[in-house]
Design a protein around this ligand. Sequence first.
Ligand code: GLP
Length: 243
Amino acid sequence: MKVIVTNSYDESCAVVAGMIRDLVNAKPNAKLGLATGGTPVPIYQKLAQMNQAGEVDFSQVHTVNLDEYCGLPGTHEQSYRYFMNTHLFHKININHANTYVPNGTEPDAEKACQAYNELLHKIGPADIQILGLGHDGHIGFNEPSDHFENETDCVDLTETTIQANKRFFDSEKDVPKQAYTMGIGTIMRCRKILVVVSGKDKAEILKQVIQGPVTPEVPGSILQFHPDCMIIADEAALSEMAV
Ligand code: GLP
């Protein structure tokens, strides 16, 4: 695990956007693993600007997203499909058919997970996977648990996650209670992982992820075992530890 300390959240996002641009320029048909949540928004803004300025071409890129809320169609403003369309896909020259997000409207969890797994097997490991970090240490929507899930799973969101994500919804009761998420095993098989963490409110959990024991109770701690994982964090997020 390599830790990159930046002066600001914006600098963290610029570092990650630059790494993605360089990957796609070197490998035009790169596979990108993408994340949602508030953290990656400026990364997507920067990629859209780079694309519009002719600095990077996404026409042959494939993307796979980490997760989706159960029950939300892609037209719902809080679905992760809608998020990706508005923040990135509609702003770059990607082929929409090459962008994948789990199907939140499939009520049969087994079917939904199996379909996403088949797709992930077909596409193969992402060249770069972007991750944010939940306040309870979740990556994707892999919540604290007694085991690490290998492949796509239907998870019950924790109270901490529901509280953290209610800011995007009209009220707490509108936050879905379950989500489909890429498994920890799939995430760990990605070639390179970039984790962006910002702000003092993530400092305690980030310390556990980087320096604590590897345990499914802190899902992000498994990243200590990844051969090419970078944490890109501002000083506030690293304020609980000496780096
Ligand atoms: C969300 C997403 C995660 C994200 C995390 C942190 O619920 N499922 O992929 O990394 O929680 O979100 P934020 O960046 O808004 O703090």
